[in-house]
Design a protein around this ligand. Structure first.
Ligand code: ZN
Length: 138
């Protein structure tokens, strides 16, 4: 069995954003040479997510509005976590959107559904953060 590991780095200039990272993940898969197996992709930070959904701007806007309703950034004083920091909402948004995805690798390709794309969800950006890609198989 082969094993591959890579860290992808992101520096999102805004507090929140969604980035389609499918092309970078596909590059990792090519680099790994693995044809059959499993790919894990996870955010390595507790205020960022990796998730799979549609690459559609309206939906991303809707996520932003929905997440702000669930865990509004302001007022930052409304969260007990926000002592010396202001990112309690980002921890909660990350929890809802998830930490990781697992994708089957079949015949050297990501075995995704037609509209499925892999996204990095940033909820407390303006600094460098990492995503792990781990692939195992043959
Ligand atoms: Zn925090």
């Amino acid at each position: 069995m082969k094993s591959y590991r890579k860290e992808l780095w992101f520096h999102i200039p805004t507090r929140r954003a969604f980035v389609n990272i499918t092309p970078q993940v596909v590059e990792c898969l090519k680099e790994s040479g693995i044809k059959e197996g499993l790919l894990l992709c996870n955010a390595m930070h507790i205020t960022a997510s990796v998730f799979i959904n549609d690459d559609e701007g309206g939906l991303h806007h809707d996520y932003e509005v929905w997440l702000e309703k669930l865990a509004p950034h302001e007022p930052v004083s409304g969260y007990r976590h926000n002592v010396g920091e202001d990112n309690a909402d980002a921890h909660m948004k990350r929890q809802i959107m998830g930490r990781e995805v697992v994708v089957a690798v079949t015949e050297g390709k990501l075995d995704l559904g037609t509209w499925e794309r892999i996204f990095y969800g940033e909820f407390d950006g303006r600094r460098k953060k990492r995503v792990l890609v781990k692939i195992i198989g043959d």
